[in-house]
Design a protein around this ligand. Structure first.
Ligand code: SAM
Length: 343
């Protein structure tokens, strides 16, 4: 009884916090679920799906409400966010928002990099703080086999270099490792981090794909990644940047290069998760593996107020799951895949 009283009063005011005491400061907004790549571990390779996008000003309105509740970091994602007309305008408006402490937002974007060469500078000028580029191989042929788009490797590389030149530093490069596809790229990526002066982050493959590829054996684990890196050069552990850091960080013995390993499967970090997601059709997901969405946009469609949205967000955040159950008996894959949830 006492905890129910505490829970409902906490839910009514103050900064967003879930019932486990986790502060929710990080919002990921998918601004489209269209994508110009068909990465084998994400999509089926067939087009023809229905796409859903909201008007840009509605994402902005929703973002404002989240920021008024204590969100400090916004990551734009998709689908492929660079496909979205109006992106730089959205970034410009978001960069004008201030956190409850009066600070600029930490404004980041995740992209496959295909259209980045021409957009890196405009995005920086609009106020983007940081960029993460997904790249699953540094071998061009292998990269094309994964993305199923010819010529993609060199475009993405030019996008990464343009981002660095534009001062969107440090550029992070995310690589999802999938056994049988690209686990032989680990050392090549270590070299890439050192040569291109980017932070490379390896991500364990999660059961969020459209096809049914995921098995426990398909996951290249944190432990294996560390072993492969050690075979290249001695590793030196780096401290986490923040309390809710998802990556275990390393450099090499000579201090050159930085590697992060994000291990949601073998070393889950749910205990300090600070994140919620907004899907491109305006639904809140409190966990990548949630079994249901929460229709925030329904309030906008009914002509509801910002206060109604804020109350809905608080109630929804209070229902955030304690943790995911990947690999456990009875685990249910979410009904939506990564490209539709927003990575
Ligand atoms: N199109 C953008 C991109 O490629 O970065 C943003 C969306 S994408 C869905 C976001 C991230 O999710 C990418 O880094 C992608 O590699 C990752 N991803 C997709 N499916 C995944 C899965 N099943 N497990 C782990 N990461 C996945």
């Amino acid at each position: 009884m006492a905890s129910a009283v505490i829970s409902s009063s906490r839910a009514a005011t103050g900064r967003l916090t879930d019932k486990f005491g986790r502060a929710i400061t990080d919002l990921r907004i998918s601004i489209t679920d269209r994508c110009n790549y068909k990465c084998v571990y994400c999509r089926t390779g067939n087009d023809g799906a229905q796409y859903s996008e909201l008007p840009i000003e509605d994402y902005l309105r929703i973002a404002r409400v989240f920021v008024s509740l204590g969100v400090e970091k916004i990551r734009l994602t998709g689908g492929e966010p660079l496909l979205r007309r109006g992106l730089t305008g959205l970034v410009r408006e978001l960069s004008r928002l201030r956190t409850l402490d009066g600070e600029p937002l930490d404004l980041a974007l995740t992209t496959n990099g295909h259209l980045l060469e021409d957009l890196a500078e405009p995005l920086r000028d609009a106020g983007l703080s940081r960029i993460t580029v997904s790249m699953d191989a540094v071998d061009p042929d292998k990269f094309h086999r994964i993305t199923r788009v010819p010529g993609s490797y060199h475009r993405v590389l030019r996008g990464i270099r343009a981002s660095r030149a534009a001062g969107l530093a440090p550029v992070k490069v995310n690589c999802v490792l999938l056994r049988g596809f690209n686990e032989d790229q680990i050392v090549a990526f270590a070299r890439f981090s050192r040569e291109e002066r980017v932070i490379v982050r390896f991500i364990e493959f999660m059961p969020l794909e459209e096809d049914r590829l995921w098995t426990p054996e398909s996951v290249v684990s944190l432990h294996e990644i560390v072993e492969a890196l050690r075979s290249f050069r001695p590793l030196v552990a780096l401290p986490p940047n923040t309390a809710s850091e998802t990556a275990v960080r390393y450099t090499f013995d000579d201090g050159l290069g930085e590697i992060g390993i994000i291990a949601p499967v073998t070393e889950a970090f749910c205990g300090h998760c600070s994140r919620v997601r907004l899907t491109s059709d305006g639904k809140i997901r409190t966990c990548l593996f949630s079994q249901s969405d929460h229709d925030l946009y329904g309030i906008v469609q009914r002509g509801g107020s910002d206060d109604e949205m804020a109350a809905f967000i608080r109630r929804t955040v209070d229902r955030k799951e304690a943790r995911h159950h990947i690999g456990e008996p009875g685990f249910l894959k979410p009904s939506r895949s990564m490209v539709h949830i927003g990575g």
